[in-house]
Design a protein around this ligand. Structure first.
Ligand SMILES: [Zn+2]
Length: 261
């Protein structure tokens, strides 16, 4: 049995051991994210704005990147993204290999959604902007450049143009002011729809299954699946539309421009 002194001693050793084990686990997770996915986690900074990552957040990063797949993350491995959580809440941003996520508090879905959006900007940039340079002017994606300005039949802040073009059945957030924003939201919609995360597809019609987005915009669905993420048919996110619609989307995407950056 324990006397008071040895019990204290034993508890101290136990707690010390637990701390060592959890910090070893943390270090291992951080190293894996760096080596496998090219994410360099920043957990402190001179101003004290960056905070340490929680173990559940490390798992979320690992699981999400693994599912997004090597086409998405492998460009980061040789030139890692600095990824940090800002103690100041609000939004996220990506630029110059730094990805900031405002403090998500207890709601990890915020972290998840920002990671999908900003991570898509990063992957697109690391790969030399394939969406802008090869795909976005295809029929079904429907961007065109007038001088230096990108335009789309459904542009934020303007009434949609009439005509034969595909669109997402949502209002203001489907197409932004630039192809890059369109792509970031497109990937986010793709992931949320194939995962049946209908609550995050605002302002989706909640009475319908999330995949109904792709009935109105099949070219986007096929673009993300086959070109931006290049998912194999065995992937849990892989979905197919009807053969006729698949053929139409594939024909649209075959008309990629391959213009030089
Ligand atoms: Zn953005």
């Amino acid at each position: 049995m324990f006397n008071k002194h040895s019990l204290t001693d034993w508890l101290g050793r136990l707690l010390g051991l637990t701390e060592t084990e959890s910090s070893t686990e943390h270090t291992r997770a951080v190293n894996t994210l760096r080596a496998t996915y090219g994410l360099r986690l920043v957990e402190t900074d001179p101003k004290g704005n960056a905070r340490a990552w929680r173990s559940s957040e490390l798992s979320l990063l690992h699981d999400t990147l693994r599912l997004l797949g090597p086409t998405f993350y492998s460009p980061f491995v040789d030139n890692p993204i600095h990824l940090w959580i800002d103690r100041n809440p609000g939004g996220g941003s990506y630029g110059d290999h730094w990805l900031r996520i405002g403090e998500p508090g207890g709601d990890e879905s915020i972290l998840y959604r920002i990671l999908l959006h900003e991570g898509t900007h990063a992957s697109n940039e690391y790969r030399g902007w394939p969406y802008e340079n090869e795909f976005c002017t295809c029929p079904g994606l429907d961007w065109r450049k007038e001088g230096d300005t990108w335009t789309h039949p459904r542009q934020q802040g303007r009434p949609p143009e009439p005509g034969d073009w595909e669109t997402l059945p949502v209002d203001a957030r489907d197409v932004s002011v630039a192809p890059g924003e369109d792509l970031a939201e497109m990937v986010r919609y793709f992931v949320h729809s194939v995962r049946d995360e209908r609550a995050w597809l605002w302002p989706l019609d909640q009475s319908k299954p999330p995949l109904y987005l792709w009935d109105t915009s099949p070219t986007r669905f096929v673009f993300v699946r086959d070109h931006f993420l290049q998912l194999p048919e065995s992937h849990p996110w892989y979905r197919r539309l009807s053969p006729e619609v698949e053929a139409r989307a594939a024909a649209n995407l075959a008309r990629r421009s391959r213009s030089q950056p």
